[in-house]
Design a protein around this ligand. Structure first.
Ligand code: DQA
Length: 144
């Protein structure tokens, strides 16, 4: 099984941005954790991060026919992007939404997620572990 892990804007700033909310670990640390988990579970993984909405849409479209599951943390685009929602719907690849912080216990505007409607699950507030949980969930779904 091949999983694509997509991170949206400002997630490349992990370790620097708002450490009280997102912690001190970096994006590179996150990638290492995901790669290690993929290796342990015999999963192929590809990692992608962009600060640009259109690039995220392009990456989702490119996954069509090549990827079995998408783990996506769209960052702030979660709360604004119909384009990312439509891209996920277009490719119809099982997708899981992840947020490092608990978006439901923060500002009101973070409670809205456009992408959620195209995702089989949402994992929020579990820190970096949420990505691994999302990978496990997609793998379980895939294997039936
Ligand atoms: C986030 C939550 C979003 O509201 C925020 O804009 C992010 C990160 C999270 O992982 O907790 O950039 O998706």
């Amino acid at each position: 099984m091949k999983i694509l892990v997509i991170n949206g804007p400002n997630l490349n700033m992990l370790g620097i941005r708002e450490p009280g909310i997102y912690g001190r670990a970096t994006y590179a640390d996150l990638c290492d954790m995901i790669r290690a988990h993929a290796a342990e579970t015999g999963t192929e993984v590809e990692l992608y991060q962009s600060n640009h909405e259109g690039d995220l849409v392009d990456k989702i479209q490119e996954a069509y026919g090549k990827i079995d599951g998408i783990v996506i943390n769209p960052g702030a685009y979660t709360h604004t992007s119909v384009a990312i929602l439509d891209a996920l719907k277009a490719v119809a690849i099982p997708a899981a939404e992840v947020h490092i912080s608990d978006v439901d216990s923060r500002e009101e505007f973070r409670r809205i997620s456009y992408v959620r409607a195209a995702c089989v699950a949402t994992i929020s507030g579990h820190g970096f572990d949420g990505y691994l949980e999302a990978m496990d969930l997609l793998r379980d779904n895939h294997e039936g």
